[in-house]
Design a protein around this ligand. Structure first.
Ligand SMILES: *Cc1c(COP(=O)(O)O)cnc(C)c1O
Length: 227
């Protein structure tokens, strides 16, 4: 399948970096301030390695189990990678998540905060977190309600879990800009400097509205096979 050749992955990486730089320039922001998280869920080592060889070092996974199966081997070969958890996390996987990941984007409730705080204490490792906000108030979606954000932030301070910013996944099939702008406003209101927002279809918009972390899968690796 031509989509999976290493040359394709490397070219896509260069294209995305160029598009990120362009969006950053329009927003008068330095490309250095915007992290590209290569979302490698469902991709195997053979698909990931070309990106590692091309210099990509930050990767995102949405499942603890899948990441645990895949990354220890790759990490042994590329020790300087950073692994971000971008998917929903169950409290009973907090220990494994803390051991495996360098950053967690999906903290969205007090029970998970408590579990992560305990897991971090046991591991002697502090993992910075984003609070995921259910920015479109969608029933099926993860993320805390906007109204719950102040309490969750206060609880994180009490538990000494470092919250570096906010993350969102806007509703599908509608213009995402108002949701990105709202997330940026919430972050500013709470003195948080990082914004994890923007995926393959909308990362340029997200960057213009302040994204510091864009999470890109399909545009880098090609379409995912149906799960
Ligand atoms: C899969 C996923 C992405 C990447 O989506 P693409 O459209 O493939 O770029 C980003 N964020 C989260 C939370 C995801 O689960």
């Amino acid at each position: 399948m031509p989509d999976a050749t290493p040359e394709t992955a490397v070219r896509r990486l260069a294209d995305i970096r160029a598009e990120m730089a362009k969006a950053g320039k329009i927003a008068r922001r330095s490309a250095d301030d915007i992290a590209l998280i290569a979302v490698s869920k469902t991709r195997n080592g053979d698909e990931i390695r070309p990106l590692l060889d091309a210099g990509q070092r930050v990767f995102g996974e949405n499942r603890v189990q899948e990441a645990a199966a895949k990354w220890p081997l790759l990490r042994a070969a590329y020790p300087d990678i950073a692994l971000h958890l971008i998917g929903q996390l169950q409290s009973n996987k907090a220990d494994e998540a803390v051991a495996l990941f360098d950053c967690i984007h999906s903290l969205d409730r007090i029970s998970l905060l408590t579990a992560l705080s305990k897991a971090m204490a046991r591991a002697g490792k502090r993992v910075p977190c984003f609070i995921q906000v259910n920015i479109g108030a969608e029933e099926q979606k993860g993320g805390c309600a906007i109204g719950e954000l102040p309490d969750l932030l206060e609880a994180a301070r009490a538990e000494q879990v470092e919250i570096i910013g906010l993350m969102c996944i806007p509703p599908a099939n509608v213009e995402p800009a108002p949701y990105f702008a709202l997330l940026a406003e919430l972050a500013a209101r709470h003195g948080l400097s990082q914004l994890s927002m923007g995926m393959s279809d909308d990362f340029a918009t997200a960057i213009m509205l302040g994204a510091t972390h864009v999470r890109i899968g399909t545009a880098l690796f090609g379409p995912r096979k149906a799960a």
